[in-house]
Design a protein around this ligand. Structure first.
Ligand SMILES: Nc1ncnc2c1ncn2[C@@H]1O[C@H](COP(=O)(O)OP(=O)(O)OP(=O)(O)O)[C@@H](O)[C@H]1O
Ligand SMILES: CC(C)(CO)[C@@H](O)C(=O)NCCC(=O)O
Length: 307
């Protein structure tokens, strides 16, 4: 970020001091409990990075409620509460779902009486058969591979507090949207939506998905690191598939390991990297907050939007 960018760059050592020690709901003991649920993150990350972040989100949540209340009163309409929606974006394999998951658990501790939901936009991909029919099977994750109309309808249903809103499920195990399977979400107070496309502008919709996001986070890292994390995850998925013949990764798991890794490297170079460079990274400066990770997923600084 150059000096005239619209962000304050805040190094980890400065950011961690923004934590207000007065917050008893996030005491050290409670945070330890959270770590056992999510061993990918260190307690230091939770304390230094995520606790101050929850407090920033709390500011946005209060402001959002107040503004909507005042707007309703100005318009002479009755106030209807609407959930706060948080978007988490970034490259394939940068760690969006890990970030979203820890944020959900922490927000749930911070607001014990509220319902904090989390979904991924992966379920809104067209199924493989439809991608094939459209000739874009090798563009999975690109803007045209998502049913954006369906995602927008989902967000609208959440904002208007419809009961039991269904959403489709994507499975890395079958490498496809699960046919006729849905999860349900019932009137959350806060919903975290994680996906590579949450900050993208649609090409042919009347409503923008970004209109529904009240706070947005972009997870950023050097492409060399993300490629390594992608390959590490590929190896992990292969290892998990070794005794599951119906698993997409099974044929790779039982074949030549080096060839499988080369294949994954090819997918990174021809699919996920061009998607990152052309369609995901350009949305970064729409985010309210950019979390920067370096080697070993260590968060070294954050960029927080000025205006
Ligand atoms: N803080 C962390 N510490 C250690 N490993 C991490 C951390 N965050 C993510 N990872 C690992 O990096 C890989 C990618 O993370 P994750 O699955 O969260 O990415 P993603 O951005 O949600 O990917 P996708 O878009 O493909 O769903 C995973 O193997 C995950 O275990
Ligand atoms: C499902 C997405 C698009 C996003 O999570 C990604 O994990 C993916 O499958 N990309 C397509 C190329 C690949 O990595 O196989």
């Amino acid at each position: 970020m150059n000096s005239n960018s619209n962000y304050y760059r805040i190094d980890r050592d400065e950011w961690k001091n923004f934590h207000q020690d007065s917050v008893p709901l996030l005491s050290e003991d409670k945070l330890k409990g959270l770590i056992s649920l999510n061993d990918k993150l260190s307690l230091a990350d939770v304390k230094d990075i995520y606790v101050p972040l929850v407090e920033v989100i709390d500011l946005y949540a209060k402001n959002y409620r107040n503004l909507r209340r005042m707007k309703s009163s100005f318009l002479g309409r009755s106030y209807e509460p609407a959930p706060l929606i948080i978007g988490v974006s970034g490259s394939v394999a940068v760690g969006k779902s890990t970030t979203a998951r820890v944020l959900q658990k922490l927000l749930q501790k911070f607001y014990p009486d509220k319902k904090i939901g989390m979904i991924t936009t992966d379920g809104f991909l067209y199924p493989n058969a439809e991608l094939k029919r459209r000739g874009i099977l090798n563009r999975k994750g690109f803007p045209e591979s998502y049913d954006m109309g369906k995602l927008i309808q989902f967000l609208l249903d959440i904002k208007t507090v419809k009961p039991h809103v269904k959403y489709p499920i994507y499975s890395h195990r079958i490498y496809d949207v699960v046919p006729n399977a849905y999860n349900e979400i019932h009137q959350p107070d806060i919903l975290i939506v994680e996906g590579i496309n949450v900050l993208q502008l649609p090409t042919n919709e009347q409503i923008y998905a970004s209109d529904f996001f009240d706070y947005s986070i972009y997870v950023d890292a050097a492409v060399e690191n993300i490629e390594n994390w992608y390959l590490e995850r590929f190896e992990m998925l292969m290892d998990l598939a070794i005794d599951q013949p119906d698993n997409y990764y099974y044929s790779y798991a039982i074949g030549n390991r080096q060839e499988a890794i080369e294949m994954a490297r090819g997918v990174w170079k021809t699919v996920n990297l061009p998607n990152l460079v052309n369609f995901i990274a350009p949305t970064m400066t729409r985010a309210d907050l950019i979390i920067h990770k370096t080697d070993n997923h260590f968060i070294d600084y954050l960029n927080i939007k000025k205006y």
